[in-house]
Write a protein that binds this ligand. Structure first.
Ligand SMILES: [Zn+2]
Length: 114
C-alpha cells in the first residue's frame, strides 16, 4: 500500500516541507519531527518519562536542523540531524500523520477554528 507518497521533500530553515501526491503540502517543524523520532533510542527515552531528564534548551531546538535525508526503500526516509543523530527512519505514512497535525499552519482555509 502506498497511500501517501511525497512528490517533493525540501529542507527549510526550521521545518521540512513535503508535497504529497494527493496535492496537499505540509510543513513539519524540525522540533516536532525530532520529538517524534521513531528510533529505538528515542522511544525508550520517551517511555522512561524521567522528570529529571535533561531537556534540551530552546537554543538547542533553534539550532537543530536536518543535514541529510536518505531515502529508505520506497516507503521511508532516514533523517540525519545536525547533532549527529541519524537512526530515525520515518515512513511516509508516519510523516503524513505528523503533517495532518500541522495542516492548519499551511492551509489558508482553516475550517477547524477553536
Ligand atoms: Zn531518535
Amino acid at each position: 500500500m502506498q497511500n501517501h507518497q511525497p512528490t517533493e521533500i525540501r529542507r527549510l530553515s526550521q521545518s521540512l516541507s513535503i508535497e504529497w501526491k494527493n496535492g496537499l503540502r505540509s510543513e513539519i517543524p524540525y522540533r516536532i519531527l525530532r520529538e517524534k523520532c521513531p528510533c529505538a533510542r528515542c522511544s525508550a527515552m520517551k517511555q522512561e518519562k524521567d522528570p529529571f531528564q535533561l531537556l534540551p534548551s530552546e537554543d538547542y531546538w533553534k539550532n537543530l536542523h536536518l543535514v541529510g535525508i536518505q531515502p529508505v526503500g520506497r516507503y521511508a526516509v532516514q533523517l540525519q540531524w545536525s547533532d549527529g543523530h541519524k537512526t530515525g527512519i520515518y515512513t511516509f505514512s508516519f510523516l503524513y500523520e505528523l503533517s495532518t497535525d500541522t495542516h492548519q499552519d499551511v492551509s489558508s482555509n482553516n475550517a477547524t477554528t477553536k
